[in-house]
Ligand binder design. Structure first.
Ligand code: ADP
Length: 494
């Protein structure tokens, strides 16, 4: 049942040249059943935290409580790490790669079979539009399991020398912006390489990781190979500091990434950190403008801008600046903000009140520092956490909105005249995760790609992901790569 009762009803323009009006197209919630309370997933079973602690997870679009979730403390971290160690020694490491692959393929297939359920749950817990969870998050999560399943019996041929060994127990701490997808990025390569895992989802979005734990049961994964500990920063800190963990993989803020790097320094644990970003999306005056405008919108308004590689700094060549910003404003006027479960929605809810406060504060700072703020006319729902898509023009490099990661639907527009100036401005950031280049000249793309200090450079596109392609940053954006063959290296003693 897809709740598409409005199909066939009038989709009419109010007048020539004005925006389309869309009839509501709500996705049904019926595919998902949310329990009132969830336990921790340790050693193949769900159970309460040792001290009985729980916390609420809410729907950010309505502030309605969805469920209570166990809050893992140090004793639970100890139990989960012990279970993962046992599974590593007795089952997972000795198992031939071809057998491990079968479990990963099974998880991938179940994810596909239950895709609609995962998509609805992700949108409820995270606030992202259903068309994004349905078309991006969930299919890519399944694709990661398929991709790494293919590597599990070919590690000998992956270019890491003969007999590459797994590291052991991996502690994996993930953020709230792509909850299931980040879990897949972490689990799939770790498991393919023969490691066992203790996964800590973000406190505002635990539900799809818990459903994934159920999928692990459904796929018959041996107990202890994957453990899921829900909780807040303290749970993550306890996991990062646990001496039984051989590897920490973290995606989140640069601030917490630095704390984790300090915690594990000198312990011999391997670490990968995927942290913040402040990417430049560079538009030359020979770029195809319509496509570039779509790329700009996709770069910063996809997932409400809750994307570490978001194209949050638009660098546009001065000669094209007026045309690009005019068209961008027109395009923003057609974006639909509202119910994340409506299939027409382009912009969903901000994930939490804390994040909304941060976006609000930084946007106010942009105005106070003298940049020009603009949003399309846009009615925000009365409840929940919402922020209208926003563009700042007249931004200087020294402004906070040009330097700090906003992690929201806010674009800072700067201009440049020459390619050298574009490179200098793009690289003038403590981060280095991603960048975009829009031009019709292939030679210019290659020249820029070699000059930009960013882990990923997209050319005439933006926010494209593929499990076969490595992803990761420079400097304050972290170190290590996820995805592709490179992503295996992070989980092998090679
Ligand atoms: P964001 O800004 O994306 O919320 P955070 O870095 O705060 O990013 O959170 C990312 C993940 O790190 C979450 O799962 C969170 O609970 C966890 N976390 C927060 N603080 C710590 C900490 N001190 N040590 C380990 N993990 C933490």
């Amino acid at each position: 049942m897809d709740g598409d009762g409005a199909r066939g009803s009038a989709l009419a323009t109010t007048a020539p040249g004005l925006a389309w009006e869309y009839a509501p197209a709500p996705e049904s919630r019926d595919v998902v059943s949310i329990a009132p309370e969830y336990g921790l997933f340790i050693d193949g079973e769900f159970g309460p935290a040792a001290d009985g602690g729980t916390f609420a997870t809410i729907n950010p679009a309505t502030e309605e409580p969805l469920a209570r979730v166990a809050q893992a403390g140090p004793a639970d971290v100890g139990r989960a790490v012990a279970a993962a160690r046992r599974a590593y020694e007795t089952t997972w490491r000795p198992m031939p790669g071809a057998e491990r692959a079968k479990y990963l393929y099974r998880i991938a297939r179940v994810l596909q079979e239950r895709a609609r359920e995962f998509a609805v749950l992700e949108s409820l817990d995270n606030g992202k539009p259903i068309k994004e969870s349905r078309d991006t998050d969930i299919p890519l999560a399944a694709a990661h399991f398929f991709y790494y399943a293919g590597w599990a019996d070919k590690l000998e041929h992956a270019g890491f020398g003969p007999g590459p060994r797994p590291l052991g127990v991996a502690g994996q701490i993930i953020p709230w912006n792509f909850p299931l997808l980040m879990a897949a990025w972490k689990l799939a390569p770790a498991l393919a390489a023969g490691n066992t895992c203790v996964l800590k989802p973000a406190e505002t979005t635990p539900l799809t990781a818990l459903l994934l734990a159920e999928v692990c049961q459904q796929a018959g994964l041996p107990p202890g190979v994957v453990n899921v500990l829900t909780g807040a920063g303290g749970t993550g800190a306890a996991l990062a500091g646990h001496q039984g963990v051989d590897k920490i993989a973290f995606t989140g803020s640069t601030e917490v990434g630095k704390q984790i790097a300090a915690t594990v320094a000198g312990t011999g644990k391997k670490v990968t950190l995927e942290l913040g970003g402040k990417a430049a999306n560079i538009i030359f005056d020979d770029a195809p403008v319509e496509a570039a405008v779509e790329g700009i919108v996709n770069g910063i308004f996809f997932n409400q801008g809750h994307v570490c590689c978001a194209g949050s700094r638009l660098l546009v060549q001065e000669s094209a600046a007026q045309e690009v910003t005019d068209r961008l404003r027109r395009r923003l006027g057609t974006l639909r903000l509202g119910d994340p479960l409506d299939k027409n929605t382009d912009i969903g809810a901000i994930n939490s009140r804390a994040q909304l406060d941060k976006i609000t504060e930084l946007s106010a700072a942009g105005q106070a520092e003298g940049a020009d703020r603009w949003s399309p006319p846009c009615e925000l729902p009365g409840r929940g956490f919402w922020f209208a898509p926003t563009i700042f023009t007249g931004v200087a490099q020294s402004h906070r909105i040009a330097r700090e990661e906003i992690f929201g639907p806010v674009l800072s527009v700067l201009t440049f005249r020459t390619p050298d100036e574009a490179v200098a401005k793009a690289n003038n950031t403590p981060y280095g995760l991603s960048a975009g280049v829009w031009t019709e000249k292939g030679s210019r793309i290659l020249w820029l790609a070699s000059k930009l200090r960013a882990g990923v450079v997209w050319a005439n596109t933006y926010n494209r992901f593929d499990p076969a392609s490595p992803f990761g940053g420079y400097t304050e954006s972290g170190y290590g790569r996820e995805g592709g063959r490179h992503g295996l290296a992070a989980y092998l003693d090679a």
